[in-house]
Design a protein around this ligand. Sequence first.
Ligand code: 4AD
Ligand code: MG
Length: 482
Amino acid sequence: MEHIRIKKLLQSQELLDQEVTVKGWVRTFRNNQFIALNDGSCLKNLQIVVDFANTPAETLKRITTGAAIKATGTLTASMGKGQSVEIKAQNIEILGDADPEKYPLQPKRHSLEFLREIAHLRFRTNTFQAVFKVRNALAFAIHKFFQEKDFVYMHTPIITASDAEGAGEMFQVTTLDLKQVPKDENGKVDFKNDFFGKQTNLTVSGQLEGELAALAFGNIYTFGPTFRAENSNTTRHLAEFWMIEPEMAFYDLEDNMDLAEEMLKYVISYALETCADEIDFLQQRLMEEEKSKPQKDRSPMALKEKLAFCLDNDFERLTYTEAIEILRRSKENQKKRFKYPVEGWGIDLQSEHERFLVEKHFKKPVILTDYPADIKAFYMKASPTSEEGRNTVKAMDILFPGIGELVGGSQREEDYDTLLERMKQMNIPTKEMSWFLDTRRFGSVPHSGFGLGFERLVLFVTGMTNIRDVIPFPRYPGHAEF
Ligand code: 4AD
Ligand code: MG
């Protein structure tokens, strides 16, 4: 390889006064002399000093923002501010032009909304380089965490015939001719001639298949794309997102929470260690952005402070019932400041309620447990009916500041009869799901697991505010570009 990456070059003392070659993209070109070159290896640009008198005018003209170049010259200590070394270029070669009249990225601040429209080019900005480096580090840290614990990485199917969450938010998968859909004698779509001979969809969760594997390997995790056709146009929902789903045999709800908390702390601290420059940059970016907000909406902590705070404190654990009491008695509720007033037990918590608990009341991550059975999925383990006649399940949601629900999980119902009964009540097709029920027929054991929304984690660690800015090519209602 004839060229050296900028990150390495900035780290190696022994290259000083040597001839080196670098390749990258021009960020700026000042005074026909100073190129700020970025090659994606680190956030820092390398300054290339052009030998203006000995460079053809034709070449100088083509050194424009966005152009790809190769520069060869001597690495020297820099006199200028802002960099320790620079290259005194002997030769500049243009590898790929970028017409300045047409190139949409200019050396100025672009809005995130604008950059989202040109998501194919936004990797070339500092903000998105920082975000996707952090995303990369978090993905690696997740594998590292589970591999160190001997969990088996399991690939669960992307096309399935089941609805793991029972919420009906699925994208259908079909090769049927939509102009001429075959119907059966009852007028319903006849899937017999479809590709799989039955109705299929993109998975909403790998959990059910994960459970099958956990009841053989003990501990497994999935990390893959999941799809939800929920029409939520929010800053925290995507139609295609990545989920991490560990599933553990012989774990109860308490063990499950301990693992989730340990994992979150591990991956956040890994990102802080390995992406220090990126997180510094993102912290600065966030501070700039917050200047335009009214004081009351600004985050009380800087990004790194917020991350450190998460690492240093135990997450607050309480039951749904306790949370409802806190919410009901809160000043916000008494003064009718919630859009959805908290009147009684059984309601599904809205994001304003979750944020109140995390950001105002406890001021730290919160794990809510023991939700009403009626608002949770069919597979969750039922607790005995309470004295007040309340039915709860052994569920846990982890709520994070600025994010709301980051993790959702539960202990699973391992008892065959109880699960079958519950599936029937909730109209989950028991015959088609007999493979799932088999785990409860043969060697069933208590087991637990959870799902971590990967983009919500990236959102938290980067301090970005819209989930569409932490996945390279976001899919949401009306948008499937690139
Ligand atoms: O709470 P959810 O729906 O739980 C499950 O899917 C379970 N099967 C997980 C398990 O126990 N194995 O989703 C889990 C997490 C949520 O807490 C949230 O962080 C994220 O996935 N999530 C989304 N992230 C982005 N866009 C969406 N539309 C999301 N829906 C859920
Ligand atoms: Mg959930």
